[in-house]
Design a protein around this ligand. Structure first.
Ligand SMILES: Nc1nc2c(c(=O)[nH]1)N[C@H]1C(S)=C(S)[C@@H](COP(=O)(O)OP(=O)(O)OC[C@H]3O[C@@H](n4cnc5c(=O)[nH]c(N)nc54)[C@H](O)[C@@H]3O)O[C@H]1N2
Ligand SMILES: Nc1nc2c(c(=O)[nH]1)N[C@H]1C(S)=C(S)[C@@H](COP(=O)(O)OP(=O)(O)OC[C@H]3O[C@@H](n4cnc5c(=O)[nH]c(N)nc54)[C@H](O)[C@@H]3O)O[C@H]1N2
Ligand code: SF4
Ligand SMILES: [Mo]
Length: 710
């Protein structure tokens, strides 16, 4: 028997970047525990970390390229796969134009060191503008606000949760999600610490969430009414003379424009629409403005909705006007050792709005079109129609709005390639699947999430287990595809060499930052708390903050109209549906870990008891939920932690397709919430999918009449 050894690394399943300690013997994992010496995660992990072992051992995980053959699949060599893909994709582009080959990138790309580095070269080699990603089903409004206000889509500020005195959380559930665009492990502890030091945490959410339950206060809000609520908060701050620009006073343009639009949104004007009493909104605004330090933070709830653009802008406006920006305890910019802003020149903001999409006229942002319009682009004939696709680490059939439509659209492609670790609901449509290494088999440096982290650290993880000679890392697959498309041989550059160069020339170069330094410190290197650093992070041409960019001002009439609901829609679909995240589940792909899915079916429709009574349904009963685009059968869970009139279904499920090779996942299939969401519901300002507040109707399934034999 070989000896038991210890390996330290970062869990890369989600944004929290938890340090883990893996005990192993030969090729077998003995245990996965928190790494108490990791300076970032400070000994925290969540129940998903152990699944890294399950993914490593999963016999259903793909290891060799597969090609579709009749009703089944055959294994082929990497050389054959790359040759066929290069030839077919170029043939499609020669016949129909460069943009006829589309790309969809899913969430794990953001957690993948190699892909973060090599994707831009792959885009260049393919030369297609038809790019899509999960960003437009998620955080795109954050980037649009950063782009317009600070000059760069990646100039993202995060709450200084470790020092704030007042945290207002709108549409985020960090106790379950572990924090998003606010990377920091151990969120429950950080939230409780605010209260322990005499501060306050307020949650505004249509559900009394797990975060709301440990907060100081919770206010129920009606879905998609947050921008009205935020406007009323800002209105109050202005009326009560609480504008405090502090050290930013000399660098802000647009304060008067904000004052003049906020004028129309008093707490009384919005109160009924929002579902919060005017006096509560007013008091909250005053408490926020008067706290020694405060920060307003919002995530999916205020991003994946019809007013996502306005919400993300208004939260920044609230922080800036109350003097809570770029200061301790407010919203601050991280200073990552690998800096995504290093190549962004001032005055050259991201490519927002340079094009509109061919079919639905949605905006192009940062090189991509919104995922909500991918099916349009595949189905609609004409020049620029997508005929072939690459999907890379994404499962849009389950994750995109109206996923069922994409399920059909993928069928009509001439050719499709998926780079993935599983044969699932999306990759089953591919002609060729290229499987990558993952988890414990890969090297990791968090290129993205250090840019959203609540303190500055740097850490490199070496692979724990060497890949087999027949396996490839994602970045090696990208390089194989680049060579196949361009005919040029591999240039020999590795992600490690680019990382090392970037660390050596970055913010911490004087402190001797390098890959070697990280290799010498396997728990990670502490680079200190967030610091005020706005002048270094701003990328606007004139070095000023734009508080009131025109695109937001132009969207105000739409917000004003939203004070009243659309009576016709309410009549047909009286309920507003929202999604929920579960502790033991990560988006659509972790369900083949038995440890994560065991237990009772979690995919229920949460319904308030007053609504259940009015409908005449009981807990455990199956109902039909119907939207403008689809319908599902689902079990009811009566739950008074939800606002009356709102219903909630978990996201990420729906493994009920045949032809996939995820047999563990299929034991707990659930339904896909995206069989109900509507791809026509977007935030028109950013093009982001509007999952929240999807109008639905609930029908009670009548017990079948029995015909009695006489
Ligand atoms: N209704 C509703 N829909 C939502 C959401 C919601 O809250 N409500 N949330 C949205 C959000 S925030 C997101 S981020 C998206 C996610 O949307 P997607 O990214 O499309 O979905 P994932 O489930 O993350 O799919 C990840 C895919 O990558 C594969 N994979 C995992 N690890 C690796 C790896 O190391 N390499 C490779 N090559 N493949 C890998 C998995 O097998 C899976 O196929 O979903 C969005 N959809
Ligand atoms: N366990 C677990 N952790 C995860 C993930 C996972 O799938 N499982 N996914 C990861 C990913 S990809 C992401 S992007 C993050 C997301 O991180 P979060 O945004 O923190 O997570 P969500 O649970 O989507 O939180 C959204 C909240 O918004 C509320 N909400 C819905 N509609 C509205 C609305 O109209 N207004 C307001 N005010 N609130 C609303 C919901 O009730 C919910 O509490 O989580 C990450 N972490
Ligand atoms: S919170 Fe869980 S899934 Fe996310 S990085 Fe930490 S251990 Fe991994
Ligand atoms: Mo996400």
């Amino acid at each position: 028997m070989s000896e038991i050894k210890t390996h330290y690394r970062t869990c890369n399943i989600c944004e929290a970047m938890c340090g883990i300690e893996v005990k192993y013997q030969g090729e077998e994992v003995i245990s996965i525990k928190p790494d108490k010496e990791d300076p970032f995660s400070r000994g925290h992990i969540c129940p998903k970390a152990v699944a890294l072992q399950d993914f490593y051992q999963d016999p259903e995980r793909l290891k060799k390229p597969l090609r579709k053959k009749g009703e089944g699949w055959e294994e082929i060599s990497w050389v054959e796969a790359f040759d066929e893909i290069g030839a077919k994709m170029r043939q499609v582009q020669t016949q129909y134009g460069s943009d006829s080959v589309g790309i969809y990138l899913g969430n794990p790309n953001a957690h993948n060191f190699g892909n973060a580095i090599f994707l831009p070269q792959f885009f260049k080699a393919l030369g297609s503008k038809s790019r899509f990603s999960s960003a437009s089903a998620d955080q795109l409004p954050h980037h649009v606000a950063a782009n317009y206000m600070f000059g760069a889509g990646m100039a993202i500020s995060v709450p200084d949760i470790n020092r704030t005195d007042f945290m207002l959380i709108i549409g985020g559930n960090p106790v379950v999600s572990n924090g998003s665009m606010m990377s920091g492990a151990g969120m429950p502890g950080r939230i409780k610490d605010i209260q322990k030091r005499g501060g306050r945490v307020v949650v505004v959410d249509p559900r009394r969430t797990e975060t709301a339950k440990i907060a100081s206060d919770h206010y129920f809000i009606r879905p998609e009414k947050d921008a009205l609520f935020l406007m009323a908060m800002i209105h109050t701050v202005i009326k009560e003379g609480q504008i405090k620009l502090g050290h930013l006073a000399e660098m802000i343009d647009g304060v008067e424009a904000v004052v003049s639009v906020a004028e129309h949104f008093s707490p009384e004007t919005v109160s009924e629409a929002v579902g919060i009493m005017a006096s509560d909104i007013r008091q909250l605004a005053l408490d926020f403005a008067n706290a020694p330090s405060a920060v307003c933070y919002g995530r999916m709830g205020v991003s994946t909705q019809s007013f996502g653009g306005l919400c993300q802008w208004l939260m920044l406006v609230l922080n800036i006007l109350t003097g809570n920006f770029d200061r301790e305890g407010g919203a601050m910019f991280p200073q990552p050792a690998f800096d995504l802003l290093r190549t962004v020149q001032p005055g050259k903001p991201s490519s927002y709005g340079r094009f509109e999409s061919r079919v639905s006229d949605l905006p192009f942002f940062n090189g991509e079109f919104p995922i909500a319009t991918l099916a349009d682009e595949i189905e609609t004939e004409g020049e620029g129609q997508i005929r072939a696709m690459f999907t890379i680490a994404g499962n849009p059939v389950l994750s995109a709005p109206n996923g069922d439509r994409l399920d059909k659209a993928f069928e009509q492609l001439d050719f499709m390639v998926s780079v993935d670790i599983y044969l699932n609901e999306t990759t089953k449509h591919a002609d060729i699947i290229l499987p990558a290494t993952t988890g414990l088999e890969v090297a990791h440096y968090d290129v993205f999430f250090n840019s959203f982290a609540v303190s500055n650290t740097a850490k490199y993880s070496s692979p724990l287990f060497e890949k087999k000679e027949y396996q490839k890392h994602d970045w090696e697959i990208l390089k194989g595809l680049i060579s196949a498309l361009t005919g040029k041989p591999d240039n020999g550059i590795t992600p490690q060499s680019i990382l090392d160069d970037t660390l050596r020339s970055g913010h911490y170069k004087k402190q001797g930052m390098s890959l070697q330094r990280l290799l010498d410190n396997p728990h990670g290197v502490d680079l200190g708390p967030l610091q005020p650093c706005i002048s270094e992070r701003l990328r606007t041409g004139d070095g000023r903050i734009q508080l009131a960019p025109d695109i937001y001002l132009q969207d105000i009439p739409r917000l004003q109209a939203a004070i009243n609901d659309d009576a016709e829609i309410k009549k047909q679909f009286p309920f507003d549906m929202i999604s929920r995240r579960l502790v033991r589940n990560h988006n659509t792909w972790t369900h083949n870990s038995y440890r994560l899915i065991k237990g009772k079916n979690p995919v229920t429709l949460q319904l308030h008891s007053s609504d259940a009574k009015a409908l005449g349904v009981e807990a455990g009963q199956t109902v039909i939920v119907r939207s403008a685009t689809g319908q599902v059968d689902i079990e009811v869970e009566i739950n008074d932690d939800i606002f009356p009139g709102v219903v909630s279904i978990p996201q990420g499920w729906g493994h009920n397709h045949k032809k996939t090779a995820m047999s563990v996942a299929a034991k707990q299939p659930g339904i896909s919430i995206n069989s109900l969401t509507d791809d026509r519901r977007v935030d028109p300002l950013t093009g982001n999918a509007a999952f929240n507040g999807t109008p639905v109707a609930i029908e009670v399934v009548e017990a079948e009449m029995t015909t009695l034999a006489i």
